[in-house]
Write a protein that binds this ligand. Structure first.
Ligand code: 13P
Length: 256
């Protein structure tokens, strides 16, 4: 059985002091729910402080991006290998990075390879725009993104990473996909593409999260979808109580 994951993408929010306080609150509120993997992803400058605030608590810390070269003249970038000593996870290919910072399936693939080589667990984002959704292109586009991201990886590598289906039209809009819609794409497109590439065992072992306007009020329904293994949470992860509540609800859904 795949262990559920509640991952918080804090995006470009929180000062070092605020991030430290939030991490401490999250440790306190979620420590009992050990059947849920908890991961928090602050900005680069907060990683050290958040890691220290988390201490020995079983909460993963992740970056929101990385670069594939190991070092050198790449102003502003941080190498996957540099993150590896500090954190366990890294978000790769978030739609905001694809949209505003020119990331492509090719660069996403290079970053995933670098992250895996460094021993990090990539949280790989895919998802269609509203226009693509309305044009009926969701399946082909999302499947293509999965293929691009996973190109050249072994089955073992694929099942060690986490895929996150985040329809762009659902991100930060308050308009989450229905749990049925989300479950259908996570299973019928994302996991199905992994199955085509690497077979049943790898597809069944690979975790697929949903992201886009998840909150305490809709997480139970989403987590009841058999092909959804967790959430990549934006806005609701910036508040310890709402994030903690989502962890608690997920823990309850998985005890049944
Ligand atoms: P929201 O939960 O704010 O819609 O953001 C989702 C997201 O982009 C997580 O990566």
């Amino acid at each position: 059985m795949r262990k559920p994951m509640m991952a918080g993408n804090w995006k470009m929010n929180k000062t070092v002091a605020e991030a430290t306080a939030l991490a401490k609150e999250i440790v306190e509120l979620t420590s009992g729910y050990t059947n849920v993997d908890r991961v928090i992803c602050p900005t680069f400058i907060c990683l050290s402080a958040v890691k220290e605030a988390v201490g020995n608590a079983p909460i993963g810390v992740g970056a929101q991006n990385c670069y594939w070269e190991e070092s050198g003249a790449f102003t502003g970038e941080v190498a996957a290998a540099m993150l590896a000593g500090l954190v366990e996870y890294v978000i790769i290919g978030h739609s905001e990075r694809r949209q505003f910072f020119g990331e492509t399936d090719e660069t996403v693939n290079k970053k995933i390879k670098a992250a895996l080589a460094a021993g990090l667990t990539p949280l790989v984002c895919i998802g269609e725009s509203l226009a693509q959704n309305e044009a009926g292109e969701t399946q082909s586009f999302v499947s293509g993104q999965v293929r691009g991201a996973l190109a050249g990886l072994s089955g073992e590598q694929v099942q060690s990473l986490v895929l996150a289906y985040e329809p762009i039209w659902a991100i930060g809009t308050g308009l989450a996909a229905t749990s049925q819609q989300a479950g259908d794409i996570c299973g019928g497109v994302v996991r199905a593409t992994v199955r085509e590439l690497h077979g049943d065992a790898v597809a069944e072992a690979t975790r697929v999260l949903y992201g886009g306007s998840t909150k305490p009020g809709n997480i139970a329904e989403i987590m009841q979808q058999p092909d959804i293994d967790g959430a990549l949470i934006g806005g609701a992860a910036l508040d310890a109580k709402s994030y903690g509540e989502m962890v608690r609800i997920t823990s309850e859904v998985y005890q049944k």
